[in-house]
Design a protein around this ligand. Structure first.
Ligand SMILES: [Zn+2]
Ligand SMILES: [Zn+2]
Length: 130
């Protein structure tokens, strides 16, 4: 069963290397298989769910019906390109804005939030112009 316990380790290693933020299960599977780690979709999905329960990974919903996972780190929000699906991190401005006062006035204790800005990335805009 050595192969099975390697999968979570391989996922964490993959997601902590490089600049990429959010990964779908398909993308994780493709990269692991290319790196010589034998793992099928359901093994990776189960391992990712477990890592999420342990707090190692954070599940990100991006309104595309897929599960995206990222390494848990300082909270940030996301920009999603509607053409190439590239996901970029943006610093969270939530509590800098007037919404903070509004929420405080409502006596509501915020535990989490999700902000997704959907649009067209710089690369895709330049392709469109040509
Ligand atoms: Zn992220
Ligand atoms: Zn794009």
């Amino acid at each position: 069963m050595g192969r099975i316990s390697r999968i979570p380790q391989a996922i964490v290693k993959l997601l902590t290397s490089g600049d990429r933020d959010c990964w779908t299960i398909e993308e994780i599977q493709h990269s692991l298989n290319s790196a010589g780690v034998a793992a099928d979709f359901s093994s990776i999905f189960r391992a990712s769910q477990k890592l999420e329960e342990e707090g190692v990974l954070n599940k990100v919903e991006l309104n595309d019906g897929k599960s995206h996972f990222e390494i848990t780190r300082r909270h940030h929000d996301h920009l999603v390109c509607q053409k190439c699906q590239t996901v970029s991190q943006i610093p969270c401005e939530f509590f800098e804005k007037s919404i903070k006062k509004t929420v405080l006035d409502m006596d509501f204790q915020v535990l989490s939030h999700t902000l997704i800005l959907e649009g067209i990335c710089k690369t895709c805009q330049s392709i469109e112009v040509r």
